[in-house]
Design a protein around this ligand. Structure first.
Ligand SMILES: [Zn+2]
Length: 184
């Protein structure tokens, strides 16, 4: 496994549309593994391939370490091995086939440093996707899972969560982030 570099806003690749995955081979599995490792290392709960410079419709996710996630495994104050708690998920060519409800929550992104904002999204989504082996699957998500999936699919379409903010706020944020990028 290797750790990959996460591209930061305003990297031009983050505005590109990713291409459908057509080859379900060992290399795809390795990329997903590397993305998971990178996501764990950076402390994220989701990562799209485009964020590591790969224009492929591939997303990884693990909600186990999300802030506010239930920690039922931790009994008697005993720390359970992080590795054991993990629940890595891989979605290839994910498509939202239905969505309902509305929810507003604070979002951040590994590609957008030092900024979080409230974003409005569907509360519930139905997803069709493929496994790294190419098998077709369907699954429903709500809560954080639904929010994360929508955020990651946005990445595959060249959108960041800041692009979903109201116009005035979006302008302000872009200016601030551009300034930050220049001073980095
Ligand atoms: Zn993101």
């Amino acid at each position: 496994m290797a750790t990959l570099t996460v591209l930061k806003y305003p990297h031009p690749l983050l505005k590109q549309r990713a291409h459908p995955v057509t080859r379900f081979d060992a290399e795809l599995g390795r990329l997903a593994e590397d993305m998971l490792q990178t996501m764990y290392l950076e402390g994220g709960i989701g990562l799209a391939a485009i964020q590591v410079g790969q224009l492929r419709r591939l997303v990884v996710m693990d909600l186990r370490d999300a802030p506010g996630a239930p920690v039922a495994e931790e009994e008697d104050g005993e720390e359970v091995d992080r590795e054991l708690r993990r629940n890595p998920r891989v979605f290839v060519n994910p498509v939202i086939t239905a969505s309902s409800g509305e929810t507003v929550s604070e979002e951040g992104c590994l590609s957008v440093s030092e900024y979080t904002a409230e974003v409005r999204r569907a509360a519930k989504v139905a997803l069709s996707y493929q496994t790294p082996a190419g098998e077709a699957r369907q699954e429903e998500f709500e809560g954080l899972g639904a929010i994360c999936i929508q955020h990651e699919i946005d990445h595959l379409n060249g959108l960041l969560f800041i692009d979903r903010l109201p116009p005035l706020k979006r302008q302000m944020v872009r200016k601030r982030l551009a300034k930050l990028a220049r001073s980095a």
